[in-house]
Structures are given as structure tokens and as C-alpha cells.
Write a protein that binds this ligand. Sequence first.
Ligand SMILES: C[S@@+](CC[C@H](N)C(=O)[O-])C[C@H]1O[C@@H](n2cnc3c(N)ncnc32)[C@H](O)[C@@H]1O
Length: 261
Amino acid sequence: MPSPDVDARLLAEHVAGSPLILAGPPTPAQLTGYAALVDRRRRREPLQHITGEMYFRHLRLTAGPGAFVVRPETELVAEEAIAAARGRPAPRVVDLCTGSGAIALAVATEVPAAEVWAVELSPPALELARRNVADLDPRVTLVAGDAASALPELDGTVDVVVSNPPYVPPDAVPQDPEVRDHDPDLALYGGGADGLDVPRAVLRTAARLLRPGGVVVMEHAEVQAAAVREAAAVIGAFTDVRTVPDLSGRDRMVVARRVAP
Ligand SMILES: C[S@@+](CC[C@H](N)C(=O)[O-])C[C@H]1O[C@@H](n2cnc3c(N)ncnc32)[C@H](O)[C@@H]1O
């Protein structure tokens, strides 16, 4: 959803270094700097790449080229994982495809008793996640690797697996230049004709990692709800497989519970 007024104000505050209400009249250097930033935004560079920051739940994360810009709708995915983790003593939580580390850091900071691992394949995303983990919660264990084979040492011991994996099909190239030209392909396209190769691998890994009664929470596109429930069902390891809508009523995540093997 375009928001040019908000973007213009945020860029001005970035240049001013304070909320506009507290800033004095702009200096000539600030005006020149502001014009340059507006021009970058006009050419559809993501706001978060220009300001170098993005917000997720109560966190201010570092953002940058080479890593996915976390989306507001993913806050509800984190919320489901947090709700599933809360109330368990010392819950173990794994965030697969962590990108900037946003979900893992939200869980770690909102469920202080949790032990959190975060898995990511892309070196530039890992670098950004490393920085965010160091800045926001160094207790998160960051792991370089493929979600399909990650963390075998935790098999059968994890309470919650959460993921916002890539899930865009190859024929659904995003229209917005901010997404198409700036989010990495590895972060967008899930593989296979339906975009669900990586999400299916995430569900298989969740079945391997979770202890009986453990919960998997995974984001997907609205049109993929039935296919993702089916993908969870065919693994034969989950019960209570359900689709959860986002705040606007769109089916955007699957939640399922591990049965005893
Ligand atoms: C849609 S982005 C989401 C990032 C983050 N979870 C968020 O919500 O902002 C998907 C992430 O998965 C990573 N990824 C893609 N395939 C992967 C794989 N097989 N194993 C681990 N990470 C993978 C991408 O590099 C990207 O950072």
C-alpha cells in the first residue's frame, strides 16, 4: 500500500535526526540531503534500505540490501509462536528462514524464558541477522544452513517451530519494484511450480524437530492455505492442522501440533 506522506515524513525525520515536531528549521545541508533521499525513494528504493531501519512488534531492527524487509503481517505469525511458547517452562523455539532475525528476536525478547535458534541460508541475510542478534538479544543462537537439514542435534526436543519461508511461485513475480528489484530472489521464490518446495521442507523439518505436543507456525500466501494444510497432512506427523487469518481476514498461516511418533 503506497504511503508517500508517511514516507516523506520519515525521510525528513531521518535527515533531521529527531521527530519533526522537535526539529528546528532545516539547514541548507539537510534540505540537500533530504532531496537526495526523496529521489532515491521516488526511484522505488525501499524506505527501510534508505533509513537503514525497520520495525517489527516492539523491535527496531537494522535493515539493508541483500536481506528481506520484514512485513507487518508477519507480526501475527510471531504472535502465534509467542503464544505457543508462553506457559511452557524454558521452551525451545526454532525460527527457520530467519532473514534479518526478526521473528526469532521477537520471541526471545517477549518470552525471556525461551531458548531460541534461528536458521538462515543466505550470507548477506545472515550478516544482518548477526548484527540484529548482537544489538537486540545475543542469547539467540544463529545457525548458517538449509532449513531442510538444520539442527539435527535438536530432533524431537523443540517446543515451537516458526517460519516465514519464501513461498512465491515462479509465475507470480511481484509488481512492486521495492519487492521485485530489492528483496532477494532467495527470500521470495519458494521453488517448484507452486512456490511451496521450501515451505514443504520447513514442515518436514518441523516434524523432525518438534517434541510431541510441539507446535509449528508457518506463513504462506492467501491462495496457498489449502495446499499448505494438505502438505502438513501428508507428512502424517501433525494433528489440529488449521489455517489462521490475518487481521484483514486473509488466510495467511498454518498452525499444527506434533503428534507422538
Ligand atoms: C520471506 S524471507 C523471510 C525472512 C524473515 N523470516 C522475515 O519474516 O522477515 C525468507 C528467508 O528465507 C531464507 N531462505 C530461503 N531458502 C532457505 C533455506 N532453504 N534454508 C534457510 N533459509 C532459507 C531467505 O534467504 C530469506 O531470508
